[in-house]
Design a protein around this ligand. Structure first.
Ligand code: UDP
Length: 440
């Protein structure tokens, strides 16, 4: 439903469909971010259209999430899975489909918030031909990613160039942690505006519940010590480190340990290959009866898994933000995580969890052991972890900050003289709210 009284804005998320189920190869934190940001912005008075690439021919072209928030799937390449590294070739078609959608529906978005570098390229193209205000969230940074991969994809140089260009040419980019902000400044560009606005979580869903009830509902043993991993199967996520840490714990005599691995995978896809690799390591280490692969679990049931666990482990080699950490903490589950990226920002060491060097099997084993065998401390952390998330990381709070930033950017665009033939945003709606006190 479109509304004349609302300012329409576009969120662009090329490969991460906000209407898709999360937990598999192409669906993770970015899908969750765009969907929740979109829905919460709509409750603040915006008309939010979220654009993504159509991947399956039987998917609906438009999914209405709430009266003023919808996902729109655009044609850009074949309606089938295309690996992210091969998507750049289809972005010109994405731009054309986006422009055609605007023309057909008589829309003209004055503000576009892009997500991931491929969408950034789309935004920069649109900026060349229309008077848009452009904002961007990276979700992942080539400059960091390519430090740890042996074979850089063909698109690597283009990606690095686009990631620099968006920082220098957008009205503002959003860093989701101070660590990301520092990386942007030191490794991407010293020019351009950056605002730090974190990611959030749905604290009405991810909340404190009874561990006993959760275990009963999931039919899990009440006496086992449950270590949980939630996330995609991707070598960068470091599941191997966690499996090896559990093997070490078993070797040291911890014999009632269960490692629960939550995350989707499909055969013949990269996540299926990673799952096979992990299963092979599990067998080699003689851990078959200690490890349970739960598959992809939706956000409706996931709080039970976090609650049932004694500790949630995030062994990523790098993590720009890491939604799983705040979801686990919101449920009161302490975390042991790699001391990298956004995890340094969300986790308070010794109070809500522990940070250890990435890929350090001994350090992970030691951290997990400390939490499993100090029940009093773990209980204390439970309350502190959930309070930390409620105070700092709700989607409602994130959307308020983004909304203020949008209004500020739109108001600034109105203040600056614009050519007569370019349509301006609806002044009444843009100004109809207090501006941020933040300085730009
Ligand atoms: N997730 C899920 N079901 C699964 C596995 C993961 O819903 O089976 C969700 C998880 O709850 C989180 C997101 O996928 O919201 C992962 O986000 P994160 O930022 O931790 O990692 P990313 O996927 O962005 O690398």
């Amino acid at each position: 439903m479109q509304s004349l009284n609302r300012q329409a804005i576009a969120l662009i998320s090329d490969h991460a469909d906000p209407a898709a189920a999360v937990g598999g190869e192409e669906a993770g934190g970015q899908n969750v971010y765009v969907r929740h940001v979109g829905e919460n912005l709509a409750t603040l008075g915006w008309q939010v259209d979220m654009f993504t690439r159509k991947v399956h021919s039987d998917d609906a072209d438009i999914v209405q999430h709430s009266p003023h928030c919808r996902t729109i799937r655009l044609r850009a390449g074949a309606e089938s899975y295309i690996p992210r590294d091969k998507l750049f070739d289809h972005m010109p078609e994405f731009v054309q489909s986006f422009q055609a959608f605007q023309r057909t529906h008589g829309l003209n978005y004055p503000l576009i918030h892009t997500n991931y570098w491929l969408s950034a390229w789309v935004g920069l193209e649109l900026q060349k031909t229309s008077a848009i205000q452009l904002l961007h969230t990276y979700h992942s940074l080539g400059a960091v990613k390519y430090q740890s991969v042996q074979n850089r994809p063909q698109s690597a140089d283009t990606r690095l160039k686009v990631e620099r260009e968006i920082l220098e040419k957008a009205n503002c980019v959003i860093a989701t942690s101070p660590q990301e902000e520092n990386t942007l400044r030191s490794q991407v560009s010293t020019h351009g505006k950056i605002e730090m606005i974190p990611c959030g979580t749905d604290t009405s869903n991810f909340r404190l519940m009874s561990k006993l009830d959760a275990r009963r509902q999931l039919q899990l043993n009440l006496h086992e010590q449950i270590v949980l991993y939630v996330g995609r199967f991707d070598p960068r996520k470091g599941i191997e480190t966690l499996v090896r840490a559990c093997a070490l714990l078993k070797e040291k005599g911890v014999n009632n340990l269960k490692l629960m691995i939550v995350g989707g995978s499909s055969p013949h896809m990269p996540d299926g290959e990673e799952r096979n690799r992990i299963e092979k390591i599990v067998c080699e280490l003689g851990l078959k009866s200690e490890v349970m692969f739960a598959g992809q679990i939706g956000h409706d049931v996931l709080p039970l898994y976090y609650t049932a666990a004694d500790v949630c482990v995030i062994p990523s080699h790098y993590e720009p933000f890491g939604l799983v950490a705040i979801e686990a903490m919101a449920c009161g589950t302490p975390v042991v995580a790699s001391d990298v990226g956004g995890l340094k920002f969300t986790i308070i060491p010794e109070e809500t969890g522990l940070l250890v060097p990435p890929q350090d099997i001994n350090a992970f084993a030691h951290g997990i052991h400390r939490i499993l065998f100090d029940e009093l401390w773990a209980r204390k952390m439970r309350k502190q972890a959930s309070a930390n998330v409620i105070q700092r990381f709700t989607w409602g709070g994130v959307a308020i900050q983004l909304s203020e930033l949008y209004r500020h950017v739109l108001a600034q665009s109105i203040m600056h003289e614009q050519p007569r033939n370019l349509r301006k945003p609806d002044l009444k709606n843009v100004l109809n709210s207090s501006f941020s006190k933040k300085s730009f």
